[in-house]
Design a protein around this ligand. Structure first.
Ligand SMILES: NC(=O)c1ccc[n+]([C@@H]2O[C@H](COP(=O)([O-])OP(=O)(O)OC[C@H]3O[C@@H](n4cnc5c(N)ncnc54)[C@H](OP(=O)(O)O)[C@@H]3O)[C@@H](O)[C@H]2O)c1
Length: 310
C-alpha cells in the first residue's frame, strides 16, 4: 500500500501581535503559506492571560506565532507587572494551550536576557542574566514556554527595525529632520535585524515544518539575527550614508558617545551579539548581512514615500 504523508499543518496558523513591526511583516508571508488567523490586542489582550486558553482552543491552530510583546524597555522599569503579564504570563498560557492542542509554538525573545559581559557572541547555552525589567520578563517567558512541554521554537533576536513602528531607524530619520547634530552611543555592540529577515526565516521554517521536517528534540531556543555587528553609532552612520542616496534625506553630524553619557531608566548590555550557528546547523537557515537588510528597508520606505507623494 502506498504510504500516505499526513500534513502536520491541518489547522490554521494563529498570528498574535499582528499590529507590531514584526507581526505586520509576518502577516502577508504567513497568509502565503496557508490559512492564517491574524489577531491583535482588541481580540486578545495579553494583560489578561486567563483568556488565552479558551481563545486558542476555539481556533484549533497547528502553529501559533507570537509576535506580541511589551517592548517599551525603559517604561518596563516602572510598569513591570504589565510587562510581566505580557512577556511571561501570556507566553506561559500560550505554551500550555499549545501543549494541550499539539500546536507548534513560535515565540521571539531578546538579546537583553544577557548582561553583555561576555567578550564574544552569545550562544544559546550561555546563562541568562538580564540587566533590566524587560529582559527579566522576557527570560521568564522563555523559561515558562520550555517548562510547558509544548513543541516550541524561541527565536532570540536583537535591535529589531522595519519601515513601520517604533524603532531606531525611524527615530534617526525623524531626528535628522529636526537637528543638525546627533549624539549616538558607540560602546554597545549588536546586530541590527530587519523584521523582513525574521519574517522570511520564520516562514521558511514553517514551510519545512509543513513538509514534515521536524522532530520534537528540535524544540528550544535559537539565536536569529542579521549577520555581522556594529554599534548604534555605526548603525546610525550606515543609515544616513544610505538614506541620503536612497531617500535623498539630509545627514546630520554624528558624535559618538558612551553609554554613561546617555543615561536611561533601563540598563542595556554592552555586548548584544548572538551567535546564530545553531539555527543554520539545525534548520539550514542563514540570515542576510545587516547592511543588505538596511538597504531593503530603506528601499521599502522610498517606495512608500513615492506612493504617498503620488
Ligand atoms: N524591538 C526590538 O528592538 C526587539 C529586540 C529584540 C527582541 N524583540 C522581540 O521581537 C518581538 C517583536 O517585537 P516588535 O519590535 O515587533 O514589537 P512591537 O513593534 O512593539 O509590537 C508589539 C506587539 O505586541 C502587541 N502588544 C503589546 N501589548 C499587548 C497586550 N497587552 N495584548 C496584546 N498585544 C499586545 C502590540 O499591540 P499594539 O499595537 O496594540 O500595541 C504589538 O502588536 C518581541 O517578542 C520582542 O520582545 C524586539
Amino acid at each position: 500500500m502506498p504510504s500516505v504523508r499526513t500534513n502536520p499543518l491541518q489547522g490554521p496558523i494563529l498570528l498574535l501581535g499582528s499590529t507590531g513591526q514584526l507581526g505586520a511583516t509576518l502577516n502577508p508571508l504567513l497568509h502565503e503559506i496557508g490559512e492564517t488567523i491574524a489577531t491583535d490586542r482588541s481580540l486578545l489582550d495579553f494583560a489578561n492571560p486567563e483568556k488565552i486558553s479558551g481563545f486558542v482552543r476555539e481556533r484549533k491552530p497547528s502553529v501559533i506565532v507570537n509576535a506580541a510583546a511589551y517592548t517599551a524597555v525603559d517604561k518596563a522599569e516602572s510598569e513591570t507587572e504589565v510587562a510581566r503579564a505580557v512577556n511571561a504570563g501570556a507566553p506561559a498560557a500560550l505554551g500550555r494551550a499549545a501543549r494541550e492542542s499539539g500546536a507548534l509554538f513560535i515565540h521571539y525573545s531578546t538579546d537583553y536576557v544577557f548582561d553583555g559581559s561576555k567578550s564574544s557572541a552569545y550562544r544559546e547555552s550561555d546563562p541568562v542574566n538580564p540587566l533590566n525589567a524587560y529582559g527579566r520578563t522576557k527570560a521568564e517567558g522563555e523559561a515558562a514556554i520550555q517548562i510547558s512541554g509544548c513543541k516550541h521554537l524561541i527565536f532570540r533576536t536583537s535591535w529589531v527595525y522595519s519601515e513601520r513602528g517604533a524603532n531606531f531607524l525611524l527615530t534617526m530619520l525623524r531626528l535628522a529632520r529636526q537637528r543638525d547634530e546627533l549624539r549616538i552611543v558607540n560602546d554597545q555592540i549588536g546586530a541590527p535585524t530587519s523584521t523582513h529577515s525574521l519574517a522570511r526565516a520564520t516562514a521558511d521554517f514553517i514551510r519545512k515544518y509543513m513538509r514534515g521536517e521536524w522532530s520534537d528534540d528540535k524544540s528550544g531556543i535559537y539565536h536569529m539575527t542579521d549577520t555581522g555587528s556594529t554599534t548604534w553609532f555605526g548603525f546610525a552612520a550606515a543609515i544616513f550614508q544610505r538614506a541620503s542616496r536612497i531617500l535623498g534625506s539630509r545627514a546630520p553630524r554624528l558624535r559618538p558617545i558612551t553609554t554613561a553619557e546617555y543615561p536611561t531608566p533601563a540598563r542595556r548590555p554592552l555586548n548584544s551579539r548572538l551567535n546564530c550557528e545553531k539555527l543554520r546547523a539545525t534548520f539550514g537557515i542563514s540570515m542576510p548581512r545587516w547592511e543588505h537588510s538596511l538597504d531593503e528597508v530603506l528601499h521599502a520606505l522610498a517606495a512608500h514615500e513615492s506612493v504617498s507623494a503620488g
